[in-house]
Ligand binder design. Structure first.
Ligand code: ZN
Length: 340
């Protein structure tokens, strides 16, 4: 197997021993750590024979699944899939439900052009793609300095403009310095391993439930598009590090720091990855053209959550701005009219 600790169904305590980084980065038998140079592999193809009709089919070198051009039989390169991937999370949302979810998603966009809101997504135009992702488990440990503010109220007396003594309450904040540490276990942090699905789009579809991931089996891939990772694990690890650090910088002030208000002044987070898996995750993808621009819509194949590129209608925005100006103008006239 290619990836260092492959213990998907292990009974060992999962994070008993943080694996030193060099052990994860450089597994000696890890062809997919460095062998995922998408640019180099992009146009390479290899010949496969259709198991149903015997025709010779050209498959993209990264593809794990295809359909025979002659008889439409699904072809799966199971050997390649099982050596390059650790698990597959199968589709749980059917094509029909995905189409319904997309229609709901488009209708929920008030600023979308009418043509897009009424876009009839054809079930046949929806492609079921098992997108490779790198899935990281580990621990994030942080040390931080913060300022914590406690509110208190001061009652003071003063003389008003008529010389009368009055009292008023003002709120004061007293600031304290606080240094601390925090640790959080990371379970199944998902980073796209496909150049076809950039990380922001993958994030928009999250969460994925890795509890449904199963060992690689050609029956789970059959009929869907699937490919091996085209983004190297090290590059995904850098992305995971950045995402996890920034999540800690958000989480700690929101959930850990005491006080009525607080400010995080310094944070240093160290991410220790204990396990990394290459997993195929299910995504429905539809493309559509609007004003000569091809855009795409995505549906999480586990949860039905939709994401994607929906344009904003210039006409609707202009009308809204004009309406707003009209309301302001009417209000101004009303105020002017009431003046004595
Ligand atoms: Zn065939």
């Amino acid at each position: 197997m290619s990836l260092a600790p492959r213990c998907t169904r292990s009974r060992e305590p999962r994070y008993a021993r943080p694996v030193p980084r060099h052990e994860i980065h450089e597994a000696p038998d890890a062809p997919n750590t460095h062998g995922t140079d998408g640019a180099r592999q992009a146009h390479e193809v290899r010949a496969r024979q259709c198991t149903q009709c015997g025709a010779t089919i050209e498959m993209d070198v990264r593809a794990l699944s295809a359909r025979c051009a002659y008889c439409d039989a699904p072809l799966v390169d199971e050997q390649r899939a099982s050596t390059r991937l650790d698990a597959v999370a199968p589709f749980r949302v059917t094509r029909e439900i995905a189409v319904a979810k997309l229609h709901e998603y488009l209708r929920s966009k008030p600023w979308a052009p009418r043509a897009v809101k009424r876009l009839a997504v054809d079930g046949r135009a929806l492609r079921g793609v098992l997108v490779p992702h790198w899935v990281f488990d580990g621990v994030v440990r942080s040390s931080y300095d913060a300022r914590v503010g406690i509110h208190w109220h001061r009652v003071e007396t003063y003389r008003d403009s008529k010389g009368q003594t009055r009292t008023r309450t003002t709120r004061e904040t007293e600031w304290f310095h606080l240094a601390g540490t925090a640790a959080r276990q990371v379970e199944s942090h998902v980073v796209s391993a496909s150049m076809g699905l950039p990380e922001p789009e993958s994030n928009a579809l999250e969460p994925f439930d890795l509890g449904w991931a199963m060992p690689v089996d050609s029956r789970l891939l059959s009929g869907f598009e699937a490919e091996v990772p085209s983004i190297a694990r090290d590059r995904a690890l850098t992305t995971a590090n950045e995402e996890l650090r920034s999540a800690e910088a958000q989480r700690i002030p929101g959930t850990l720091l005491p006080g009525d208000e607080n400010r995080l002044e310094r944070i240093h987070s160290q991410v220790d990855i204990a396990r990394c898996r290459a997993v195929l995750l299910p995504v429905w993808i539809a493309t559509y053209a609007h004003k000569n621009v091809t855009r795409r819509l995505l549906v999480n194949g586990q949860t039905g959550r939709c994401a994607g590129d929906v344009p904003v209608s210039a006409t609707k925005v202009t009308l809204a701005v004009l309406l707003g100006l009209l309301v302001l103008a009417l209000a101004a006239v009303a105020i002017w009219w009431r003046q004595p």
